[in-house]
Write a protein that binds this ligand. Structure first.
Ligand SMILES: Cc1ncc(COP(=O)(O)O)c(C=O)c1O
Length: 387
């Protein structure tokens, strides 16, 4: 650190120099592989006013806490349980780690095991690593959903949780959560649903008349759900969501934090100090967009993902993996080397998600039709050059 500080203007200039030369932007339309998106103007305005709220000490910020409770109620209602309890956390990773901790504690045994699909997000590996859980990964069917018979076979006396995904990271597909719920109820095992992405897409697709398989608290076996505002909720980064069926589940899993300025509280989150702004903004965006606002956004994303799918199908040597896409996520593979295709796309400024056997595109609200068209044109020329 320098001995002398510099002016505000100089600080801005230095930041801009670094960021403009190195960062990508949502407006360019080139970020095609992220599940996050550009914040609303409303969020930026709110940030200037309320960035300082800390829900790690909610006794000081009782209004912020109240808005978080209301945001959780809105999210719970969308997922068919207005009585769900939970928190706005840092993202899907923290939410999934919290759920695995609660599940492990609810059925504590000496050698806890969790059963997850192969499609599960790396946050479950992190949870397993942190809590020394054995993680059992279950193969997928030809539909890229978890093989539920294999789940049943994998259950042992050590199983503390089964995980189903409602909107997989790679393809946005929904596991047969109804079947997992039956298994969980039958065997008395905790079922967590990772709807980090799907939790703020599926409720609106259902209202738009799409066929949406059951995945949420309507299914009795589902004990907790991850649903992230900072993905399709258009929330600020970071804002994740974790919901539990009832307060009962959390009861024995709180920590007493006696020293807080706002008074002694009980905390179930992994982190202590946490963003109250994330909760305020989540509440605000839910109120501002309403169901109709979200439906409009999801409809646009679905229209573009289907346009992309049709355009990709016309490119010789490219194959769409998930046709039709269940959500605004599409994977494609190729007769040519995917790694080289990904590298060439990056050289042309595109940023997709690379998975072992596919490249993934997520049509988020910042993507426009012209971006899709430009992308397909570039992909076509890359594939041509590989022939
Ligand atoms: C299904 C799913 N769960 C969890 C996560 C992790 O979320 P985060 O990056 O917010 O921690 C992701 C990230 O894309 C995801 O797709």
């Amino acid at each position: 650190m320098e001995a002398e500080g510099i002016s505000e203007e100089e600080v801005f200039n230095q930041i801009l120099d670094t960021l403009q030369a190195n960062d990508m932007s949502y407006d360019s339309g080139r970020i095609l592989g992220s599940m996050c998106t550009k914040p609303l103007e409303l969020t930026i305005k709110l940030y200037q006013k309320f960035f300082d709220r800390n829900l790690g000490d909610p006794g000081l910020w009782k209004g912020t806490w109240k808005l978080e409770r209301e945001a959780i109620k809105i999210l719970g209602t969308l997922l068919h349980n207005p009585d769900a309890t939970g928190y706005i956390v840092t993202g899907g990773t923290e939410a999934n780690i919290m759920a695995m901790r609660i599940a492990r504690n609810s059925h504590f045994n000496g050698h806890p095991e969790i059963i997850v699909p192969y499609s599960a997000h790396a946050s479950f590996d992190k949870a397993a690593d942190l809590m020394r859980l054995k993680i059992i990964k279950i193969p997928l069917t030809s539909e890229y959903t978890v093989d539920t018979e294999a789940v049943e076979e994998a259950i042992s006396k050590n199983t503390v949780a089964i995980v189903g995904i409602a909107g997989t990271t790679a393809l946005g597909v929904v596991d047969p959560i109804d079947k997992l719920s039956e298994i969980a109820l039958d065997r008395g095992i905790y079922l967590h649903v990772d709807a980090a992405f799907g939790g703020l897409v599926l409720p609106f697709l259902a209202k738009m008349g799409y066929h949406v398989p059951p995945y949420d608290f309507l299914l009795e076996g589902v004990q907790s759900i991850t649903a992230d505002p900072h993905k399709m909720g258009l929330g600020p980064i970071p804002s994740g969501g974790i919901l539990f069926r009832s307060d009962e589940i959390l009861k024995k899993n709180h920590y007493e934090i006696p020293y807080l300025a706002g008074g002694n509280i009980r905390q179930a989150t992994i982190v202590g100090t946490r963003s109250g702004f994330a909760a305020i903004a989540t509440w605000a965006i839910f109120k501002y967009l309403g169901e109709k606002g979200y439906i409009k956004i999801v409809r646009r994303c679905m229209k573009l993902i289907n346009l992309l799918k049709e355009e990709l199908k016309k490119v010789d040597g490219i194959r769409v993996v998930n046709d039709p896409p269940q959500m605004n996520v599409l994977g494609f593979t190729s007769d040519y080397n995917l790694h080289i295709i990904d590298k060439r796309l990056r050289e042309k400024g595109w940023a997709l998600g690379a998975f072992p056997n596919l490249l993934r595109i997520v049509i988020m609200p910042h993507i426009k039709k012209c971006h899709v068209e430009n992308f397909v044109r570039d992909l076509e020329s890359i594939v041509q050059s590989l022939k």
